[in-house]
Design a protein around this ligand. Structure first.
Ligand code: TXE
Length: 500
């Protein structure tokens, strides 16, 4: 795969998209259209239809038909695997194009976007194996007259609502696993970043996915997203986004058909650094953990909990690392930190930076917007002397803002790490295996990293403890999540009569 150049150019015209239902594009036609501007370049890049609730019904009907007539769930695992493998190959072949539109709508560095897209191809390849190995259980110990089976069946029509921070990655942490299980899908991407979800739908059709199994409806969260949560013919909904909207989704599911829910919500993730760690390695990891994707990352390591004896030296090491990160035009191959994706998020991050200053935290670096001539950028920011009660230590900021909380003992480090409503991810940095294991056991988080951070891949599951969510995505757990279990009792020979 060739890279087009070290600095791709902007599109001459915004690209027009329709939405995707029953294996075909539906043109925007007379519907209202949302024009998305690149947050890094301030120019229009895509035009996306604002779908109506009628459009959603059309997509749900298509997914419903495709599920109910068994055109997908009735295929063998081998046949489903073939489609997933082909999809992985097509994603690889079109990685440059997907990364380009991801970068334009999201503002993330093109090299990072490319890496994410290739990682997504791997998920389809991995999930193809799961389509073939998914199985239930059997009971051969019920006596000579009875055998028991436990089978797994696909849940049905699955809705997926995604956010704008990793539009393609978060989608692909779900779609191949859901398809491997035999379910059909209706997606609503974030209105800010719809392009790559739409491109994916077309790729899946090209890969041989039967019509109606993957549908994408674009539009706002308050209309289409809310209508999905309330929809009586959607059997399960996977929602990734804010905790506040997650709460609304739970209420809507309860008021409609009790659809099964998967929720991946916010995080305020601890990075616990002991004095005996390889501090050079840890400083690089902590800088990466807070600045990757400009901190707009549910698993970003936003709370640095560091042993007091090295706290000042370590803060200086992280500051030095961040000062050397390349911030700039995300279309430039060398860029490591791009733009903030939405205007609302930009305002939110700047609000929290001012809050930190008001609360009396010590500003170590950054502290405001970066003027790059165009687009919206925020300087990587570190606050020292943070106390656990400060707002900047408690709220998910979702930006490149690191708060430092020192500790003296292992127990204190664990207590600070757990002093949050969230439980999505955590890291520990130490050369002492006992400390690493104690922290790994006692800190409440769905994903844990030892002497690394933000590592991932299709094999290991992701999801949160506490208010970070429900359920797991990826790995074998990610397929099982989209199945329901049926138990089957089979009589062997003549039944013992109830009335003789
Ligand atoms: O999220 P929303 P926003 C957090 C992060 C960020 C904050 C706000 O702290 O600052 O959320 O971001 C759709 N019913 N995370 O406003 O609104 C919406 O269209 C159904 C963490 O963008 O939750 C989009 O597709 N759906 C998170 C998706 O929900 C609704 C990633 C997420 O939007 C809806 C993103 C409704 N009533 C933000 N309203 C993470 N864990 O990665 C909106 N949506």
């Amino acid at each position: 795969m060739d890279q087009i150049s070290t600095r791709q150019s902007l599109p001459a015209e915004p690209r027009d998209f329709g939405f995707y239902v029953d294996g075909a594009w539906v043109p925007a036609a007379e519907r209202a259209v949302f024009t998305r501007h690149s947050p890094a370049h301030d120019v229009p890049v895509t035009r996306i239809p604002k779908c109506t609730e009628g459009d959603l019904d059309m997509a749900v009907d298509a997914a419903r038909r495709a599920f109910d007539d068994r055109r997908w769930s009735g295929l063998s695992g081998q046949a489903r695997a073939a489609v997933l493998l082909k999809a992985g190959a097509l994603i690889r072949a079109r990685a440059e194009e997907i990364a380009y539109w991801e970068t334009l709508e999201n503002g993330k560095p093109i090299a990072q976007a490319r890496g994410e897209v290739l990682g997504c191809a791997d998920m389809y390849e991995y999930a193809s194996g799961l389509a073939r190995s998914l199985h239930g259980d059997s009971f051969n110990n019920l006596g000579d007259g009875m055998m028991g089976l436990v089978t797994r069946e696909p849940v049905g029509v699955v809705g997926i609502i995604t956010p704008w921070n990793f539009p393609f990655l978060i989608l692909c942490e779900r779609v191949p696993y859901i398809l491997a299980s035999g379910c059909t899908i209706v997606v609503k991407p974030s209105e800010m970043t719809s392009a790559t979800s739409l491109i994916l739908a077309q790729i899946l059709t090209e890969a041989g996915l039967p019509d109606g199994c993957m549908n994408v409806v674009t539009g706002s969260g308050s209309t289409i997203g809310q209508a999905m949560a309330e929809h009586p013919r959607i059997d399960m909904l996977s929602f990734t986004g804010s905790t506040a909207v997650g709460r609304r989704v739970v209420e809507a599911a309860g008021k409609s058909n009790f659809k099964k829910l998967g929720l991946e919500l916010g995080g305020k993730n601890p990075q616990v650094v002991f004095a005996d760690a390889d501090l050079e390695d840890a400083a690089d990891g902590v800088a990466f953990g807070i600045a990757f994707n400009t901190g707009q990352c549910c698993v970003s390591g936003s709370r640095l909990i560091v042993e007091r004896s090295v706290a000042d030296r370590f803060a200086e090491m992280v500051r030095d690392k961040l000062s050397r990160a390349v911030v700039g035009d995300p279309l430039d191959e060398a860029t490591q930190i791009g733009a903030i994706t939405t205007e609302a998020q930009n305002r939110t991050i700047l609000f929290y930076i001012e809050k930190g200053k008001e609360e009396g935290a010590r500003l170590i670096c950054g502290g405001g917007a970066l003027d790059m001539g165009q687009g919206q950028y925020i300087a990587p920011t570190i606050f020292g002397d943070v106390t656990p009660d400060m707002v900047i230590a408690r709220d998910e900021i979702f930006g490149p803002v690191l708060t430092i909380l020192p500790f003296d003992t292992l127990d204190e480090a664990i207590a600070i790490a757990n002093d949050t409503d969230y439980g999505l991810a955590a890291s520990v940095w130490t050369k002492d295996i006992d400390k690493a294991l104690v922290v790994t056991r006692r800190v409440q988080a769905g994903r844990f990293w030892v002497n690394c951070t933000l590592a991932g891949g299709p094999e290991l599951p992701l999801g949160g403890f506490k208010q970070s969510g429900w359920g797991r995505e990826a790995g074998k757990y990610g397929v099982e999540e989209y199945t329901q279990i049926k138990s089957v009792h089979i009589e062997i020979g003549k039944r013992r009569p109830w009335i003789a």
